[in-house]
Design a protein around this ligand. Structure first.
Ligand code: CO
Length: 255
């Protein structure tokens, strides 16, 4: 982790090790089946009052300030994150938390199934700002096993508008369908989750944003990781790219 002058002095251990749980924390939903409709614990059918979240926020901010009075002032002046995170919107994969980073340390883009879509102005704007202005040095595409978006793409159920967002995943499955023949449903979902990360890493590098950064000599490394919801661990898929000669010629623009 780069230790820039403006980086916060706190560590995540200080934050989560000593400050959590909140005075009356919301218990995690029961996730045995991977869905979030559990009715045990404090969280029951969405009945947690949103006031509780605001109360948690005040506790969080006060606790941080108590340990580092300058923390928010320092962050307000500048953000200088080292990393851009591209992850799934899934509530079980909170970006900062699973990699132990504090506010100010991770620039984040999340969407359903951590897709990198060449016509998505939202994503392109995030990437361009992160690379050209913030000058992040590492991009992390992090998928997760058991991804609901990937599972939906492997089914024939019509879910609505989102089917169009996920259709590139159907194409990815179709392209690799011979690899799925001996797999049960769960293994198939997880294989497509991994293939998706690999594909999205390439898609990041196929943008003119990344290729122009490399052309001007800017250091930029793009990683592909996958998170295990069942054990909380991230696996590096060893699909890291950091130079144009690692890309297929088809996708290269003139340097
Ligand atoms: Co997901």
């Amino acid at each position: 982790m780069q230790a820039a002058g403006a980086m916060p002095a706190l560590t995540l251990r200080m934050l989560f090790g000593q400050m959590l749980p909140y005075p009356d924390a919301i218990a995690p939903a029961t996730t045995a089946g991977g869905n979030c409709s559990g009715t045990s614990g404090h969280y029951s059918g969405g009945k947690v009052n949103s006031e509780k979240l605001l109360e948690n926020n005040r506790f969080w901010a006060e606790s941080l300030r108590a340990r580092d009075p300058e923390f928010f002032e320092r962050l307000a002046r500048q953000q200088k994150p080292e990393f851009l995170w591209i992850g799934c919107s899934d509530s079980r994969v909170p970006a900062n938390e699973i990699v132990g980073l504090m506010p100010g340390e991770l620039f984040v883009h999340r969407n359903v199934a951590n897709m990198v879509v060449a016509t998505d102005m939202n994503f392109l704007s995030v990437l361009q700002y992160a690379v050209d202005v913030l000058k992040v040095r590492q991009v992390i595409v992090c998928g997760h096993y058991g991804c609901g978006g990937v599972r939906a793409a492997l089914s024939h159920e019509e879910l609505g508008l989102i089917d169009n967002w996920l259709r590139a995943l159907k194409a990815l499955y179709h392209q690799n369908r011979s690899s799925f023949t001996d797999l049960d449903e769960e293994a198939g979902v997880n294989l497509l989750c991994e293939l998706n990360v690999r594909r999205q890493v390439r898609n990041v590098c196929h943008t003119t944003i990344v290729q122009n950064a490399w052309a001007r000599g800017q250091e930029l490394v793009v990683h592909g990781w996958i998170y295990g919801i069942k054990d909380g661990l991230i696996k590096d898929l060893d699909t890291t790219l950091s130079a144009r000669d690692q890309l297929d010629d088809t996708f290269l623009y003139e340097a």
